[in-house]
Each structure stands twice: as C-alpha cells, then as structure tokens.
Design a protein around this ligand. Structure first.
Ligand SMILES: [Zn+2]
Length: 104
C-alpha cells in the first residue's frame, strides 16, 4: 500500500456498497450527433438533446485499473466484477482496494 494512491481513489464507495454481479448491458442517453453517451440511471434528461437507447452501454472500465468489464466475449473482458450500482471494479482491484482496505 502506498500513500501516493490514496487521494486518487477516495471517491470509491465504502466496502458495504459493493457486491459481486454479472455485468449486463444497460440503457444510455446517447447524443443524436453520435459519440457522447451517458449511462442512464433514471436521471432526468432533455429528449431534444439525448435519445434513451436500451442496451447502448456495452462496457464499463474498472475504476482503478481501467480493465474492460463487459459481457462481450472478446477483448479479454471481465464478465463478473464488483459494482456499487453504478461504478465497476475488477475482482483483483476489489481485493486490493476494497476488501483489504483500512478505510471504512
Ligand atoms: Zn481493476
């Protein structure tokens, strides 16, 4: 454990919020011009500026190491990981950053 990394990950949820889950596609708000995409978690949005597209969110990245977490079988994607309902972290980072963390 190094002190240098402490600040970078202080935004991670506390251990009790994380649970192991199989990654699944989620809806996203997609900008009509293409490209920009925001995970849809029930927030309000302006239909003039975003389209709600089911299953558009096709992968996440580990919050710590940026590994790909997805149900895609390619790219060595991790398919089972830990989530707090929004962010995802891979199992090895969970062990290192959450399960064995002295932080509450
Ligand atoms: Zn990771």
């Amino acid at each position: 454990m190094t002190d240098a990394d402490d600040d970078e990950f202080e935004g991670l949820s506390p251990a009790k919020d994380w649970y192991r889950a199989k990654w699944e596609r989620r809806p996203a708000l997609v900008h009509p011009d293409g490209g920009a995409m925001t995970l849809y978690v029930g927030q309000k949005y302006d239909p003039a500026h975003f389209n709600l597209v089911a299953d558009a969110w096709d992968h996440d990245h580990c919050e710590v190491c940026y590994a790909t977490i997805s149900n895609k079988s390619c790219d060595n994607a991790i398919q089972d990981a830990y989530t707090d309902g929004r962010a995802w972290i891979c199992p090895s980072c969970y062990e290192r950053m959450i399960a064995n963390s002295p932080l509450e």
